[in-house]
Every structure is written in C-alpha cells, then in structure tokens.
Ligand binder design. Structure first.
Ligand code: NDP
Ligand code: 2PC
Length: 226
C-alpha cells in the first residue's frame, strides 16, 4: 500500500481463513509473553475504555495497543449487548483498525468478530496449556454461544479430552451446539451435572449471576472464566 491509498477492508471470511489456530497460538504466546515482560516486551496497552449504553444495556469498548517489537499499531472497537437484539445479530461485534505506526495512516479495517472469537479461545487454551491439571479427561463448557464454539474447536484440537460436556440456560441451544460437531458432546441438564468431575471448565455465558460454584469443582481442576 502507498501512503495515500485507502485502507483495505478484510472481511470475516478472509480473517477466518487466515486465523488457523496452529498459526494463532504461537503468535499469541509471544504477544502474551511480551505483555508480561513489561518495558522489555515493548507493548503499550492502556486499559480498555468501556462505555456503557444504558438505554440499550449495551457497551462500546475501545482497545488500543502498540507492539514496538512487531511494529504494529491497532485498536479493536467492540460493541456488545446484554440481551440479544435479534436472532441474526451477534451479541458481540467488533472491528479491528490497523495503522502504520510511523505516520498514523489507516492501513486496514478488519472484521474483529472472528478475531475476538478465535483469540479469546486461543488465550484460554494457552492458559490451560501452562496451568493444566494433571488429568485432561473431561472438558466442561457452560454456555453455547459464539465463544463456546471457538473454545470447543481449539480445546479439542489441542488436548486429548475423552469426554466433553455442555450446559446452557436454554437446552435447545446446547443441543444445537452438540449437534453441530461430529464428536460426541454430552448435553447436561444442569451446570452442576456438567461441572462435577470435570478437569477443565470453560464459562462462556452472558450471565450476570453466578452459574458456577466452587463446591462443585474438583480439586486441581482448571477454570477458564470468560
Ligand atoms: N474476555 C474476553 O476477551 C471476552 C469475553 N467474552 C465474554 O464471553 C461470554 C460469552 O460470549 P459469546 O459466546 O460471544 O456470547 P453469545 O451471546 O454468543 O452467547 C452467550 C451465551 O450465554 C448464555 N446466556 C445469556 N444470558 C445468560 C444468563 N443470564 N444466564 C445464563 N446463561 C446466559 C446464552 O445461553 P442460551 O443460548 O442457552 O440462552 C449463550 O449460550 C460473554 O460474557 C462475553 O462478554 C467474549 C469475548 C471476549
Ligand atoms: O475483549 C473482548 O473482546 C471482550 N471483553 C468483554 C467482552 C468482549
């Protein structure tokens, strides 16, 4: 791109093709290590701004970051709504803007929904990899929305689970989730039934009240709380 060229638009399909988990995980591991190394890591990432849209029970989040080692300047703009506004509009939508850090020119406008789904699941998987319990037999997913799908995909790709359980507030969503994958997924009637005995627990709901209680959790189990 030349300096005055308009930004390229990169849609969800293209992002999906480019963001295969096997490529994403090592890049994210490095980014997380850079963030954790403080000044040496060269990452500037101010706390995100979360603006509340009380009238609609919605939020607009602004998440800027700069990596001097990768020389990448970007910001994610995210909207999310507590109640789904329609059956076709996802509760979370996002756009990622990519700039030339040397002069501030906007280079790309990317679909950020796929990035959010895959990046969040990949970070959970990385945390699980480093903090993993000795046993990795039973995976439990609480919730059956977009994050449940992306977490299932990467967790079953990265770890050798023998059993996967899902629970969702609405049983039909959990059944649709289970039916959408070729692998066996046990649909549970309660969160407790899904959690008891699980080695890794992923909470991916929009609940504002607790759905998971410590007394159900097996000692040593790993919880990824979204
Ligand atoms: N930390 C991070 O970086 C990120 C965090 N998130 C968070 O992950 C969570 C899941 O997001 P996502 O999958 O995209 O959302 P979706 O809207 O796609 O799915 C939401 C899920 O939550 C369930 N749910 C909604 N309200 C309630 C409730 N009151 N009690 C119990 N379950 C409820 C729905 O259940 P059902 O269909 O059965 O009704 C559905 O399974 C959200 O909290 C989101 O904010 C998401 C992206 C990034
Ligand atoms: O970082 C993110 O994408 C989100 N944080 C809270 C909801 C989505």
């Amino acid at each position: 791109l030349r300096m005055n060229d308009p930004p390229v638009l990169i849609g969800a399909d293209v992002v999906k093709k480019a963001l295969q988990f096997e490529k994403l995980v090592p890049v994210l591991e490095k980014a997380l290590a850079d963030v954790s190394s403080g000044k040496e890591g060269g990452v500037v990432q101010p706390l995100r701004t979360m603006m509340s849209l009380e009238k609609y029970s919605g939020f607009l989040g602004i998440m800027p970051a700069y990596s001097s080692t990768d020389d990448i300047l970007a910001t994610k703009l995210l909207t999310f709504y507590q109640q789904k506004t329609s059956s076709t509009i996802p509760s979370h939508q996002a756009t990622v803007l990519l700039f030339d850090p040397s002069n501030g020119c906007l280079k790309a406008i990317m679909d950020g929904k796929v990035i959010t789904d895959k990046r969040t699941a990949a970070v959970s998987a990385i945390a699980t990899k480093f903090l993993k319990p000795t046993n990795l037999e039973v995976l439990c997913i609480l919730g059956s929305g977009a994050q449940a799908y992306s977490h299932y995909e990467i967790f079953t790709e990265m770890f050798p689970f023998k059993e996967v359980r899902v629970w969702s507030r609405n049983r039909k969503s959990a059944e649709a989730f289970a039916d959408s994958f070729p692998g066996d997924i046990q649909v549970c009637s309660s969160a407790k039934e899904a959690v008891v005995g699980a080695d890794v627990i992923v909470t991916v709901t929009m609940a504002t009240e607790p759905v998971l209680f410590g007394e159900w959790v097996k000692p040593g189990a790993h919880i990824n709380g979204m």
